[in-house]
Unconditional design. Structure first.
Length: 582
């Protein structure tokens, strides 16, 4: 199903949801890339997908329905079986007598409509909806986590045999038997399935004296998911060890491994870390999607001059770009987005990573393995002999890797890497601490990108203005004059506004987003290595001096970027302060 693109362009222009300039630029890009205008507008977030679909529905003369917040009665939902709904993106949501309203992504899919008509014996009335609406409705087929676990615990947990660690009875055979028992398999499978459905990045399984606590990290925050009886602990640990090919009878030393989880809907690589604790063994599983694609720089949250600086930096054939921030701040995702831009048939890209989080086509990815001597440094030495144009090093964590990376950039390669510092300017003294020569740093370094991840406000959010008391409190952490100036430059505040006049947004709890947030986006600062910054590096200047000079030369700080996104309704001030003050 396709709406006429010229009609769509005219309707968007008439409705004012995109400027003429934006439409013309998108039209040129669509023509150049061979993509549809709608796809360019959505990818670059010029127009929201649901807005475009509403306009397409109007052009095609088909009613539009938004299913994102619709609670569909179970008896109506199940008229179309879940496998059919998933395969053909069709949802039954309303019935009146012998008429059944169905939401679809392609209401002109006559074969599917005819199939549903024959199966249900009802007259089918197709409606157009969004992919988000379909996914929201599909989740309603799933039982809640508590209900599904409740069923399993009642029926199965009592059947799990508990083996005390270190007991005379314990041996590999016993542990393997426990790991292969149906109740244990069901519990672990359910844990993984619901973690994926809830978009969790990590699963924590923590034994205590009386119970096992399961927690999910969702959008960077840990949430209690379930409490299981302590007798289930040994079985769960054994099952995960079997999946990750770890030693079943080793309880004294930490172990690391990985395995894969696949279904018709998803494919995940699961990284496992097992650590002995006083009450047993704690498990943390990192979930890495193997089907996710690299995000565009705009989707990451880069805007304006920061975006331009990165785009210019990536066009340079040689030099070094560093991405900095704490663990879990999305540095690797940013690097993959850079690689996706650079990944053309004319460029040879090689990486050395620990771990390889996402597989990328046409890129030669090498996994670090310290046990056999394959470190970042030794891997980097070998990569240089592979005739690369672009080298990505997962992390600069020691002087040997730092010097090898700098030398690689000096000898005609583009080098991308990460480093752990709190802000962009801090990366330079950190490299000097690693015995890198200041004159080599100034010669090779092109850009430093510092970042954090903030949670995105859900659609139900509340406008408000800061009180005088709140403004005084904020002054302890931020320079509000500089932030207000940045807000005015970005158009997030009027030129006549004082800080108390700026509109910000608060999260509002809902059934789909209990905390009022869904998803995450980056806040950034991009430090360009200019001639004046190079002089400061050669003088051995400290972090503050480099930071102040970068700000003078137009660098937007992470705090400013965060407050701009807060004023735009993307996130909240509390989120910005939470990640900046960590």
């Amino acid at each position: 199903m396709k709406a006429d693109q010229q009609k769509l362009k005219k309707m968007i222009a008439d409705s004012g949801i995109a400027s003429k300039e934006q439409l013309e630029n998108a039209h040129k890009k669509a023509k150049k890339s061979g993509k549809e205008l709608r796809d360019i507008l959505i990818a670059e977030k010029i127009v929201a997908e649901d807005e475009i679909i509403k306009l397409e529905a109007y052009i095609l003369g088909i009613p539009f329905v938004n299913l994102e917040k619709v609670k569909i009665p179970g008896d109506i939902l199940k008229i179309i079986p879940e496998p059919v709904a998933k395969s053909y993106n069709i949802i039954a949501f309303n019935r009146e007598g012998e008429k059944l309203e169905v939401a679809m992504l392609d209401p002109e899919d006559l074969m599917t409509i005819e199939f549903i008509k024959k199966k249900s014996g009802l007259k089918i009335l197709p409606r157009l909806t969004t992919p988000t609406g379909i996914n929201s409705a599909l989740r309603q087929y799933q039982k809640t986590l508590e209900a599904e676990f409740g069923d399993i615990i009642k029926k199965e947990v009592g059947g799990i045999r508990s083996i005390k660690e270190g007991s005379e009875k314990e041996d590999k055979k016993d542990l393997r038997k426990v790991a292969e028992e149906l109740p244990v398999i069901r519990i672990v499978d359910t844990l993984l399935k619901h973690a994926i459905l809830q978009r969790a990045s990590d699963i924590h399984i923590e034994p205590t004296e009386k119970e096992v606590i399961v927690r999910y990290r969702i959008d960077g925050i840990l949430h209690d998911a379930m409490t299981l009886p302590s007798m289930a602990s040994s079985g769960i640990v054994a099952r995960i060890k079997v999946l990750a090919n770890l030693k079943l009878d080793e309880h004294r030393l930490p172990q690391d491994g990985r395995f894969k989880v696949e279904s018709g809907d998803y494919k995940y690589s699961v990284r496992v870390s097992i650590l002995p604790v006083f009450t047993g063994e704690k498990i943390v599983m990192r979930l890495l999607s193997e089907t996710s694609e690299a995000l565009t720089l705009e989707q990451l949250g880069l805007r304006g001059e920061s975006l331009e600086r990165i785009e210019v930096g990536l066009k340079k054939p040689v030099g070094m770009i560093l991405v900095t921030g704490p663990t879990g701040s999305g540095k690797t995702t940013t690097l993959y987005s850079f690689l996706d831009i650079l990944n053309t048939p004319q460029i040879n890209i090689s990486t050395v990573e620990d771990p390889i989080e996402y597989r990328m086509p046409r890129i030669n990815q090498t996994q670090v393995n310290a046990k056999i001597g394959l470190t970042f440094a030794s891997g980097l030495r070998s990569l240089v002999r592979q005739d690369p144009d672009v080298i990505m090093v997962g992390e600069v964590r020691d002087s040997e890797t730092a010097n090898l990376a700098i030398n690689a950039a000096l000898t005609g390669h583009m080098v991308l890497s990460t480093i752990h510092t709190t802000n962009a300017a801090g990366a330079i003294p950190r490299l000097i601490d690693m015995k890198a020569e200041p004159f080599l740093i100034s010669s090779t370094l092109n850009l430093i990108v510092a970042q954090r991840l903030v949670r995105v406000l859900s659609s139900e959010k509340k406008k408000y203005n800061l009180s005088e008391e709140e403004i005084e409190d904020l002054k302890k952490y931020c320079n509000l004059d500089e932030i207000l100036e940045a807000l005015k430059k970005e158009g997030a505040a009027k030129q006549s506004d004082a800080f108390r006049d700026v509109v910000f947004y608060k999260p509002v709890s809902s059934k789909t987003s209990p905390e009022g947030y869904k998803g995450r986006i980056g806040i950034y600062e991009v430090l360009l290595i200019t001639e004046t910054v190079k002089e400061l590096i050669l003088k051995g200047s400290d972090t503050d001096q480099i930071q102040n000079q970068a700000v003078k030369e137009g660098m937007r700080t992470m705090v400013e970027d965060g407050f701009i996104k807060a004023a735009q309704g993307i996130t909240s001030i509390e989120e910005v302060l939470r990640v900046i003050m960590d």
